[in-house]
Design a protein around this ligand. Structure first.
Ligand code: SF4
Length: 233
């Protein structure tokens, strides 16, 4: 896989687990608020060798519990053999995805190569193409959402930007997800937008961080639609 970033220890990327995190390059979306433009644009083609990561994981077997694969979009350049080797070492695998590759998600679930899926829900259906600057196949997105709900551990999450995401929109997202999977989804995360000053679309660089208060207001509004709603700032 095209691994550009390697964080040897993370306490936050896999809920309740001590993990390392891998960040892969390239993405099929071009979200203006993306805070990993260097991964999406991928101008520098030097990658971590998979062997180096596997050697590290071999040595850390008794300390780390899992591997979080994020990006960019991990399912674009997926190498299942690499994932198989991670599983052979006894690790849990979490994948953060924008959910546009349901056929790959199905393979990963069928072959038990993923333990936790975190699916980004960028907005309601009406605004999806605008916010991702991309053509969106909703059939694929909805298939992925349904597949994720077959796992014991999964979450849907939206990065909230005040002024772009409204309360009405969040309610629409909650109702949409319930309709797709036919029951209350297990977990929804409201992630506050953080302006790092290094965003894919420079016009987003004037936007303020999302306040915790606004996220809590949204949580109150949608909490009955999910088993659990989490606020991340
Ligand atoms: S925020 Fe958007 S552009 Fe950035 S990695 Fe995620 S899906 Fe891709």
């Amino acid at each position: 896989m095209k691994i550009k970033g390697f964080q040897k220890l993370s306490l936050i990327d896999y809920p309740g687990k001590l993990v390392c995190s891998l960040f892969v390059v390239e993405c099929n979306f071009k979200c203006g608020f993306c805070h990993n433009p260097e991964l999406v644009l991928n101008n520098d083609k030097n990658y971590y060798p998979e062997k180096k990561i596997l050697d590290f994981l071999e040595k850390r077997k008794n300390h780390l519990e899992g591997v979080c694969i994020s990006g960019g979009e991990p399912l674009l350049n997926l190498n299942k053999d690499f994932l198989k080797k991670i599983k052979e070492l006894g690790y849990l695998i979490k994948i953060d995805t924008n959910a546009m590759f349901p056929e790959k998600i199905k393979e990963l679930i069928d072959e038990k190569l993923v333990d936790y899926l975190a699916i980004d829900i960028k907005s309601n259906k009406k605004n999806y193409e605008k916010i991702t600057n991309s053509k969106v196949d909703f059939d694929k997105l909805e298939k992925s959402i349904k597949l994720a709900s077959l796992l014991d551990d999964y979450e849907f999450r939206t990065t909230i930007i005040k002024g772009i995401h409204t309360k009405e929109e969040l309610k629409e997202i909650a109702i949409w997800l319930n309709k797709i999977i036919g029951k209350k989804p297990k977990k929804f995360c409201l992630q506050g937008f953080k302006n790092t000053g290094n965003l894919l679309d420079k016009s987003f660089e004037d936007i303020k961080d999302t306040s915790k208060d606004f996220l809590i207001e949204l949580k109150d509004l949608i909490k009955d639609y999910f088993e659990e709603v989490v606020v991340r700032v």
